[in-house]
Design a protein around this ligand. Structure first.
Ligand code: ADP
Ligand code: S3P
Length: 171
């Protein structure tokens, strides 16, 4: 099985879809932010505050190198900026979870833990800036994707089923 690498904007549902995929397939899952947090023994938010974004991006590069050389048969969910890694397409089949900006924000805001969900994502704290980032990134995400899944109005389970069906062609 080729790796699957899930990309998409902050909060679009990469982690949630990954959790459903592992329930319904033989994939195991890892998450680039989780790897970084355990490497550094710090939350992403603290790394941004204490070490800066550039340092965080270096950690993403280290993770990308390790994924490319050592990880197989795995579903890899990523942070929203991980797609900039040059080796992305070598790591696995690239699956984009896609949704309009307003739909992503609406979904996060209706979650019971909304404030915490927003706070833990430093680049989502200023919504105007986040929208600009979305506009800049969306065409780049689309250009890299082997598979695009529109997650708007679908449950994470539905998205996971669509992903598993579409990915068969690339296995
Ligand atoms: N398909 C979905 N339908 C409804 N809510 C969702 C869906 N996918 C994710 N969410 C909610 O959106 C928020 C962000 O999801 P998450 O999986 O953490 O995104 P990401 O990993 O892309 O940052 C969470 O509150 C999650 O419960
Ligand atoms: O879009 C980004 O640049 C980031 C997205 C975050 O991950 P999520 O996409 O899981 O929120 C996290 O990696 C960091 O805050 C930076």
């Amino acid at each position: 099985m080729k790796n699957i690498i899930l990309i998409g904007f902050m909060g679009v549902g990469k982690g949630s879809v990954a959790r459903e995929v592992i329930k319904h397939s033989d994939y195991i899952a890892i998450d680039t932010d989780d790897l970084i947090e355990s490497m550094e023994n710090k939350k992403v938010k603290e790394i941004f505050e204490e070490d800066g974004e550039a340092y965080f991006r270096k950690l993403e590069l280290n993770v990308a190198r390790w994924l490319e050389s050592s990880v197989k048969n795995t579903l890899i969910s990523t942070g929203g900026g991980f797609y900039k890694q040059k080796s992305l397409k070598k790591i696995g089949t690239v699956v984009l979870l896609d949704s309009p900006f307003d739909a992503i924000i609406k979904r996060i805001k209706t979650h019971p833990n909304a404030a915490r969900k927003i706070k833990k994502r430093p680049l989502l704290n200023d919504l105007e800036k986040a929208k600009e980032l979305y506009k800049e990134r969306r065409p780049e995400y689309l250009a890299l994707a082997d598979i695009v899944i529109d997650v708007t109005k679908k449950s994470a389970l539905e998205c996971s089923k669509e992903l598993l069906k579409k990915v068969k062609k690339y296995a």
